[in-house]
Design a protein around this ligand. Structure first.
Ligand code: NDP
Length: 271
C-alpha cells in the first residue's frame, strides 16, 4: 500500500491522518497515511527512511517546514517565495517540494463567500504560515495587503520579495490608523492565551475576521471579533482541510470533496 506521513514535533494533535483517511475512502484510493513524531535534528533521517520503504509523499508541519526546503531537488515557485514546504512528493528518484497552505486559505475564504478582489486585507504575523499565503492572496488582486508583525523587520523582508505589488508592512501599533475589509490572524498569539496583538478598534462591523488557528471553542481572536460584531468569523479548520486536499491532489491526481470532510472533522472535534 502506498505510504504517506505527516512529520512534526509535536504531532499528537495532528488531524491530518483523519482528513487523508477520509479523502482516501471518498475517492477509493488505497493508501496509508500516518503521523510521525520526529526528534529535532532527525528530520532528514525520517524523510530518507520513508523513501527507503517506498513512501510516496509526506506533509511537513512545525518546526520542519523550512528545513524541508533544503532537502528538495525541485521546488515549486510558490514554495520558493514562501520559503517553506508542507508537501513532499517522492518520484523519479527526486524529492519535490510544494506549499499548499496558501491555496487552502484562499479556497476556504472563497468557500465562505469572502470577496478579496479590490479589498483591503490585513495579515497579522510574518512566520511560516503568513509567508505561505501571501502569493495566493495577491493573486486575487486585493486593493492592498498589509503585513503587520511583532518583529517588524520580518514583515519588511517579506514585502521586499513582492516589488510592484500592493503590499506593505507595519507594526501592530500602526494598524490602528487604518481600515480593513478582511483581517487574517496568522500569529500564534492566543494559542497560549496571549492578548490580541492589535487594537480591538480595527475590527469594525463590516470586517471579516479569519483565524488560522482553530479549536473546539471560538479562538481568542474570534472571541474579540464577535464582541466587536465583525461581519464574519471563520477559524482555520477549513484551511487545514483545504491545504490537505491540495496535497492529496498533488499525490493522487484526484480532487477530494473538502466540504464533506470538513463537516466530519467538525463533528469529530466537537465530542
Ligand atoms: P511561526 O512560529 O512561524 O510564526 C509565529 C508568528 O506569530 C510570528 O509572526 C510571531 O511574531 C507571531 N507571534 C507569536 N507570539 C506572538 C505574540 N505573543 N504576540 C504577537 N505575535 C506573536 O508559526 P506559523 O506561522 O507556522 O503558524 C502561525 C499560526 O498559524 C499557528 O497558530 C498555526 O497553528 C497556524 N497555522 C494554521 C494552519 C491551518 O491549516 N489552519 C496552517 C499553518 C499554520 P514574531 O515574528 O515577532 O516572533
Amino acid at each position: 500500500m502506498d505510504q504517506y506521513r505527516v512529520f512534526g514535533n509535536p504531532i499528537k494533535q495532528s488531524r491530518s491522518p483523519f482528513i487523508h483517511q477520509k479523502f482516501a475512502e471518498q475517492t477509493n484510493e488505497l493508501l496509508n497515511y500516518q503521523s510521525e513524531y520526529v526528534e529535532l535534528g532527525a528530520f532528514e533521517l525520517a524523510v530518507r527512511q520513508l523513501i527507503k520503504i517506498g513512501g510516496k509523499g509526506a506533509n511537513v508541519t512545525a518546526p520542519f517546514k523550512e528545513e524541508a526546503m533544503t532537502l528538495c531537488d525541485h521546488l515549486s515557485e510558490r514554495a520558493k517565495l514562501a520559503g517553506a514546504v508542507n508537501t513532499l512528493s517522492f518520484k523519479d528518484g527526486c524529492i519535490w517540494g510544494d506549499t499548499t497552505d496558501g491555496d487552502g486559505l484562499v479556497n476556504d475564504l472563497l468557500a465562505n463567500k469572502v470577496a478579496l478582489l479590490g479589498k483591503r486585507i490585513l495579515l497579522l504575523g510574518a512566520g511560516g504560515a503568513a509567508k505561505g499565503v501571501i502569493l495566493p492572496l495577491l493573486e486575487k488582486n486585493p486593493a492592498k495587503l498589509v503585513v503587520a508583525n511583532r518583529t517588524v523587520s520580518k514583515a519588511e523582508n517579506i514585502v521586499e520579495q513582492y516589488p510592484g505589488k500592493p503590499i506593505s508592512s507595519c507594526s501592530f501599533e500602526e494598524v490602528a490608523e487604518q481600515a480593513f475589509d478582511v483581517i487574517i490572524n496568522a500569529t500564534s498569539a492566543g494559542l497560549n492565551g496571549q492578548a490580541l496583538p492589535i487594537s480591538e478598534h480595527v475590527i469594525q462591523p463590516n470586517v471579516t475576521c479569519y483565524d488560522m488557528t482553530y479549536g473546539k471553542e471560538l479562538t481568542p481572536f474570534l472571541q474579540i471579533a464577535k464582541k466587536r460584531n465583525a461581519a464574519k468569523l471563520i477559524d482555520g479548520l477549513g484551511m487545514l482541510v483545504g491545504q490537505a486536499a491540495v496535497s492529496f491532489n498533488i499525490w493522487r491526481n484526484i480532487q477530494p470533496d473538502e466540504k464533506k470532510v470538513l463537516t466530519l472533522l467538525r463533528k469529530e472535534m466537537s465530542v
